[in-house]
Design a binder for this molecule. Structure first.
Ligand code: ADP
Ligand code: MG
Length: 333
């Protein structure tokens, strides 16, 4: 393209909230044949809300919070306590998660507080990236650690199946509950206390209003649309379905550190991929993509790694970026 054409394209982009980092990027965008969207915060609002709390009494299986009296504890450590109810499970989870800044964690803490549960601080806390968290929590009921319980609290796990398995807790009794919540597009997390499964909590996110239209416009241009996420397969597919992405084009359970490898694998198939993401997690993937696009309220790290920045938080602007590139370069041919 001539420098003048490039300048026109770049200016039109800027007027539309699409910032190209240079003339070469503007030229490249028209050749994108695959758009890979991050899920959380890119296709969805990224504002989680706590939606479900389910109690498990050890091996007794799921129990509703209605307080029916026939499901007894299974004789494990918790048998000595009164039977757990939803608030107990939520208090364990929220106290443990108050050590985390993950949006999933914040939703659990806020949800607990909204239900009037006093959320304390964990005595120790460890983040297990892509899997969940492990914390030591005083469950005496005195939130805030005012009790001087001598046992120093119990170990709480909150996270996915793999987190529990790797810590010697069988997640299978919760399989049906997990699957039901996940097929609703929710992120379901298992809660374990002292090596026993005690419950499931679920967070839901809202799909952005224009996500579906963005996907259909891209597909209308003959562009393949994919989704990349650390979330589990079933939740990812449910969200993909809501926005019109083919379930075969979903890459789920991708660890933060593996997102860039996933983009490279897609490009190794000979594709020219645009990766669209918002988070720190996405920065390496944005950097390796043929075109990396940071969206809206994205983190500085993502914006720095990207070739294109979409100023508004709107997935339809991905189509705009490609269209501007296309139009600019066609005119000057
Ligand atoms: P995403 O790509 O959606 O941001 P992550 O890679 O951060 O997801 O996490 C992947 C999965 O690990 C989550 O879907 C969840 O099951 C689990 N997980 C991560 N962080 C937490 C947490 N703080 N509490 C509970 N579960 C978590
Ligand atoms: Mg994200």
């Amino acid at each position: 393209a001539t420098p003048a054409a490039t300048m026109v394209g770049t200016t039109i982009g800027a007027q539309n909230g699409v910032l190209f980092k240079g003339g070469d990027i503007l030229e490249r965008a028209k050749d994108v044949d695959t758009v890979v969207f991050d899920k959380t915060g890119t296709l969805t609002e990224g504002e989680m809300e706590l939606t479900d709390v389910v109690v498990f009494d050890g091996k007794a299986g799921a129990r509703s919070g209605g307080g029916d009296a026939d499901a007894a504890p299974d004789g494990g450590q918790l048998a000595e306590r009164e039977r757990l109810d939803e608030d107990d499970v939520l208090r364990f989870a929220a106290t443990a998660e108050s050590g985390s800044e993950h949006p999933l964690a914040q939703a659990i803490v806020e949800g607990a507080e909204e239900r009037g549960i006093e959320v304390g601080s964990p005595e120790s806390f460890e983040n297990v990236p892509g899997h969940g968290i492990r914390a030591t929590v005083d469950v005496s009921g005195d939130a805030g650690g005012t009790s001087d319980s001598s046992d120093g609290g119990g170990e709480v796990l909150v996270g996915n199946r793999k987190l529990l398995r790797e810590n010697g807790v069988d997640p299978d009794p919760a399989a049906e509950t997990m699957e039901r919540l996940e097929s609703e597009g929710k992120t379901a997390m298992l809660v374990a206390y002292e090596g026993e499964l005690v419950g499931v909590v679920a967070d839901a996110d809202t799909v952005k209003e224009s996500a579906k239209s963005a996907v259909s416009q891209l597909r209308g241009r003959g562009i393949d649309v994919m989704m990349l996420t650390g979330d589990n397969e079933r939740t990812a597919r449910a969200v993909a379905e809501q926005v019109g992405i083919d379930p075969d084009n979903v890459r789920a359970e991708v660890l933060p550190a593996d997102k860039s490898d996933a983009v490279e694998a897609i490009q190794d198939e000979g594709r020219q991929a645009m990766m669209v993401g918002d988070g720190v997690n996405d920065a390496p993937a944005l950097a390796v993509a043929y075109v990396g696009t940071a969206i809206g309220s994205g983190t500085d790290v993502a914006i720095e790694a990207a070739d294109v920045t979409l100023m508004r938080d709107d997935p339809v602007d991905v189509v705009k970026a490609i269209r501007i590139s296309d139009a600019t370069l066609q005119k000057i041919k």
